[in-house]
Design a protein around this ligand. Sequence first.
Ligand SMILES: [Mg+2]
Length: 366
Amino acid sequence: MTQTAQAPAPLSACDEPLASRYDVALLDLDGVVYVGPDPVPDAPENLRKAAAAGMRIGYITNNASRPAAVVAEHLSSFGLDVAAEDVVTSAQAAAKLIAAEFPKGSPVLVVGGQGLYDALEEYGLNPVRTSDGSPVAVVQGFHPDVNWVMLADGAHAINAGARWYATNLDLTIPTAGGKAPGNGTLVQAVRAAVEVDPVVAGKPEPPLLETSIERLSARRPLMIGDRLDSDIAGAHAVGIASLWVATGVNDAHDLASAPKDQRPTYIAADLSALGEAQPGVEVDGRQHTSAGWTAEVVDGRVTMTGEGKPYDGLRAILSATWKAVDEPPRPSGRTNRRGRRPISKNVGGAGKIDIDAALKQVGLVS
Ligand SMILES: [Mg+2]
């Protein structure tokens, strides 16, 4: 996999089940496989079917707090067949980056928890708890026990010349009680006391996905996620195909307003899509057709004709919307009957296309 590879075009067609076309699934966890401690409904069954169809399933997480073996145990409790080697964490991706820069046994200060200690040892490095022994690097990843003393010690080591690595820059993490500050927020606290930026391992930066592709020996990987700004953007960054599923944080409106480098190759309600083909979109003039639905942008809003499945409708809606946003048609220059006002039709512009009625018509909102 080279970094110059380009992800397939958004909303591409796939004429066979995704689990046949792609050899390895790189699955984001939260919002795709589980939400908090519980599995996403039917996710384990859909993954068992994909595995039975020959797809290798990899589990990829930006969360550095838990070692891969602990994540594997959690997933196994859903009835999935998961070994520690099937899980790749941002802590491991960070450790791999550090191991590529410094000799084996080098002391690395941990601002984080067990996930980072295990990952550093796995890559032959020496995790340490204080800056006393002149660590060559500082690695920072989320753990609930990270405190001010650890943040301050990290800043001291960085200011003394240690190279700074962050597992990820997610500003928030989901918890049972709602959103809470994530690693990115704690990185900002350290950044206030140092003069450099960290090297980042997790999505959407390439190292985590590159580590996963290498570890799982993927030749045709498919990144699967719920977040456009990390999962789908990460797939674009390493030039691989992506599947967005609707079981997590982003929704149809987020997709409609997504910048080009956050638009997925495929979209679906959930992981049952792994067992299905994807129809893609046919564009004929201003008409965007996916399976039985045809979408067209008229006067800044999407109108629908036809019938069919909701996500085929959404595919047509997104294709029409993105085209209108990317290439707003210029006023035609024609004038009305009195010859005064130019008639300007279909003039959209970013974020101005109304998709609400269309979403209702295809059955995605009531
Ligand atoms: Mg997620």
